[in-house]
Design a protein around this ligand. Structure first.
Ligand code: 5AD
Ligand code: SF4
Length: 435
């Protein structure tokens, strides 16, 4: 039996796909295929955070229905499955089952129930989310919480993934130990608001916060590096920032989703912080870790965003000098607060596109300037990719999140080496090993 799976969206979805693949391999004997035409089961693990990919879903289902083997099943999983539920089967009768983001551990059950719809967000998936299907490399994703308690006015995720539940510490530690024994060196801890860890467990468990969790995981010898995504700026208290700075296993690269630089817009987004709080946290972070890599997400043209509000976003961009930026035009989503707002606050498409272009252009300039300053800098790189032969090279990421290529040196995957940047070729960094 062959499984074809397509994964859209964030790292949580990638992890959920890993889990489903593992379940289907061990319980149902499936093997993976890259060719949907030869699959017995086609899964699309969907994202619903913006409208466009959701619209594309139905034309995709139509295409799979045309090329699939006659008996092959189609399952729609993930966030769009959660929020559309049964409607998916009504709109696309070729779909055999719908499995929500909070229910992925039921995969081997729903494949046997035609027209099954499992989309409950009260279901507690928090102790099932670990299965990994063989072939673990040197990096692994590890869930530490599921769901989201925040009520950001634009965001559909609390609706699709339900209330936030932290996974018990002992489960996380035993899973991390297992991964380390299988050769994993770098862990990426996952959750919607990772640094809110400990807020609620599904049953009685020892209370521990995110800084405490980081301390416990870093005691595992084989784990050399720890990353996490996504933290929330609101929960970046001093204890967390100090742990981030002083724990040598924590990679010095952090995602700080800004969303907007305007305190007025942040308030209507219900983000819980102001421009000043955000800049204060960045200042503290940079004072503790001057070389820290900072990433962000920004939404432009949120309802009510004026030129002045947008100027505040540009101001934060200039002042923080983000190393990575994902930027989006606001997309109204059902089941969110801002979806209900009147038309008068909507920013026109033209203005929205213009603002996005200005933001992205500015960020490109920032990155170009930053890359120039990289020459001569030292980075600690975990080797993830090697190529033998004439154009041999080794390649990996610095702890600050930068992709660095080391030409003419074939190292071992999993090596951690010190690299000095010698060149910056069109934005990609080239370096040599320093003993
Ligand atoms: N419109 C545009 N972007 C959104 N995001 C979340 N919801 C929306 C929306 N309705 C963005 C945010 C978030 C990222 C994952 O997607 O920036 O951090
Ligand atoms: Fe991930 Fe959010 Fe998209 Fe769901 S809606 S896949 S949680 S980004």
């Amino acid at each position: 039996m062959k499984l074809y799976i397509e994964t859209l969206g964030c790292a949580m979805n990638m992890r959920d796909s890993e889990h489903m693949i593992a379940e289907l391999k061990t319980k149902e004997g499936y093997t993976l295929t890259e060719d949907a035409k030869e699959a017995d089961l086609i899964l699309i693990n969907t994202c619903s955070v913006r409208e466009k990919p959701e619209r594309k879903l139905f034309s995709e289902i139509g295409q799979f229905a045309l090329i699939k083997k006659p008996h092959a099943k189609i399952g729609i999983c993930g966030c769009t499955a959660s929020h559309m539920g049964e409607e998916i089967i009504k709109k696309a009768p070729s779909v055999n089952f719908v499995l929500g983001a909070r229910n992925i551990s039921k995969i081997s059950e729903v494949i046997h129930r035609d027209k099954a719809v499992e989309v409950g967000v009260d279901y507690d998936d928090s102790t099932y989310v670990f299965d990994t299907a063989g072939n673990i490399g040197i990096k692994a994703l590890l869930n530490i919480s599921i769901g989201c308690d925040k009520r950001c006015a634009y965001c559909i995720v609390p609706h699709t993934r339900g209330k936030e539940i932290s996974i018990p510490l002992d489960l996380i530690l035993s899973e991390a130990e297992k991964l380390a024994q299988n050769g994993v060196k770098e862990l990426m801890l996952l959750g919607q608001n990772v640094n809110n860890y400990g807020v609620r467990f599904s049953s009685n468990h020892k209370m521990i916060n995110f800084a405490g969790l980081l301390r416990e995981i870093s005691k595992i010898e084989g784990i050399k590096r720890i990353r996490f995504t996504s933290p929330h700026p609101l929960h970046m208290d001093d204890e967390f920032l100090e742990e981030f700075a002083s724990n040598p296993k924590i990679c010095k690269c952090i995602h700080m989703p800004l969303q907007s630089g305007s305190s007025k817009i942040l308030k209507s987004m219900r983000r819980g912080y102001t421009k000043e709080w955000y800049l204060n946290r960045v200042a503290k972070l940079k004072s503790l870790v001057p070389h820290v890599g900072i990433g962000t997400d920004i939404i432009v043209a949120f309802p009510g965003e004026s030129e002045e509000d947008f100027a505040h976003t540009m101001d934060v961009l200039e002042s923080v000098q983000f190393d990575t930026m994902y930027s989006f035009i606001y997309s109204p989503r059902p089941h969110t607060e801002s979806y209900q707002w009147g038309k008068e606050s909507i920013v026109s498409k033209e203005v929205a596109s213009k603002r996005l272009a200005i933001l992205q252009d500015k960020h490109k300039t920032i990155l170009r300037d930053k890359a120039k300053k990289e020459i001569g800098h030292l980075h600690e790189v975990l080797i993830e990719n090697i190529k033998h032969g004439e154009d041999s090279f080794s390649e990996g990421r610095s702890d600050t999140g930068k992709l660095i290529k080391i030409p003419q040196e074939v190292l071992k995957i999993g090596d951690i080496v010190n690299v000095q940047i010698s060149q910056n070729e069109g934005g990609s960094l080239i370096g040599r090993c320093i003993k």
